[in-house]
Write a protein that binds this ligand. Structure first.
Ligand code: FNR
Ligand code: LAC
Length: 356
């Protein structure tokens, strides 16, 4: 008898499996988009609106997926996006994600609102390559402590999130009362619970603050949540080393452009001076190829890592990354490109199915 294989084979399989095992609260927190979730859906759809134009007989047997980000060679372009409160999803939480990152040579970007603080994560998984995502608090002393902790504990970059001056309106979250009872952080950020932090994020941050932060830290500063060329130029002028083209996974302002649609103008404007990254809806190796072809140096992956974590803890998070890496390798080989870093617009073509 032929045995059916019920192992999850794709990120979509992990999403389905996660829906089945996660409680309502975690499901609505992870899955939720702002208001009508139009941007949430379009983040993924936008990658499918691009067609690939492969080259054949290029003799590429083993494509090289490595890229250069912030002057360092990374073995591949996947970076784990910062996501808050992983303990809501699985007790392995951020250390579990970091172990998955270490096992796959992936960089993890730890959220300010993580269930594990920057020092504790570094102690738990010292061998993971790590960045720290920064929110600026009304109390600049707390922000300073976070920066000092990131600098002291081996974080290679600060990722300053720009698109959350206030929280987006997420009805699923509101229905399931996600906020208010989140698991407490480890006290690395002054001992308060993340729910309190969330309320203390300063809604009045300006480019002048960005300039001050860039001058205050010896770490490269990446501004996350940029959707226009003009803001990318402001980031450059303010001392940033990079930007992440992102709409926060469709969780903040609904009906913005997707990462895929906003990326070309940003890459055009600052791609020679800044490292441009992108996130939102990346679910297949072909999506990663398209992101790099449109001018990104690397991509961030948000929800899929949490689906893996929810289904099987650290092992599940690792499998999700392994699947995406195998798909990327396959897509590079079939596109006929020797090196991921060489991808450009010549592998893209207008997609007939995207015409209206
Ligand atoms: C996020 N995101 C996020 N971003 C950030 O800068 N700080 C944070 O604390 C969080 N928290 C967070 C929690 C959860 C549950 C999700 C799903 C997302 C946004 C995240 O970094 C990233 O931009 C998106 O998740 C990318 O889109 P995909 O890959 O989830 O489609
Ligand atoms: C979120 C905040 C924490 O997206 O960034 O939930």
């Amino acid at each position: 008898m032929v045995q059916a294989n019920s192992e999850p084979l794709s990120l979509a399989d992990y999403e389905r499996a996660a829906q089945a095992v996660l409680g309502e609260r975690a499901r609505s927190y992870i899955g939720g988009g702002a208001t009508d979730a139009i941007t949430l859906a379009d983040n993924q759809a936008a990658w499918s609106r691009l067609a690939l134009a492969p080259r054949v007989f290029t003799g590429v047997a083993e494509p090289d997926p490595s890229v250069t980000v912030l002057g360092s060679r990374l073995p591949h372009p996947l970076i784990i996006a910062p996501t808050a409160f992983a303990a809501l999803t699985h007790p392995d939480a951020e250390p579990g994600i970091a172990r998955a990152a270490a096992a796959t040579a992936t960089t993890i970007c730890l959220s300010t609102l993580a269930s594990t603080g920057p020092a504790a994560l570094a102690r738990a998984v010292p061998d993971c390559r790590r960045w720290f995502q920064l929110y600026v608090f009304s109390d600049r002393g707390v922000t300073g402590e976070l920066i000092a902790a990131a600098e002291a504990h081996g974080y290679d970059a600060l990722v300053l999130t720009a698109d959350r001056p206030v929280l987006g309106i997420r009805e699923a979250e509101l229905r399931h009362a996600v906020r208010g009872g989140e698991p407490a952080a480890d006290g690395a950020v002054g001992g308060a619970a993340p729910a309190d932090f969330s309320a203390r994020i300063d809604p009045g941050v300006t480019w002048a603050d960005v300039e001050r932060l860039a001058a205050q830290t010896r770490l490269p500063l990446i501004v996350k949540g940029i959707l226009t060329a003009s803001d990318a130029r402001r980031a450059l002028a303010s001392g940033a080393a990079g930007v992440v083209v992102s709409n926060h996974g469709g969780r903040q302002l609904d009906t913005t452009l997707s990462g895929a649609d906003a990326l070309p103008a940003v890459a055009d404007a600052v791609g020679d001076e800044l490292d441009v990254l992108v996130d939102g809806g990346i679910r297949r190796g072909t999506d990663v190829v398209k992101a790099l072809a449109l001018g990104a140096r690397a991509v961030m992956i948000g929800r899929p890592v949490l689906w893996g974590l929810g289904v099987a803890g650290s092992d599940g998070a690792r499998r999700v990354i392994e699947i995406l890496l195998a798909e990327l390798q396959n897509a590079l080989a079939l596109t006929g490109v020797a090196r991921a870093a060489e991808l450009d617009g010549s592998v893209l073509a207008p997609a007939p199915w995207a015409r209206r």
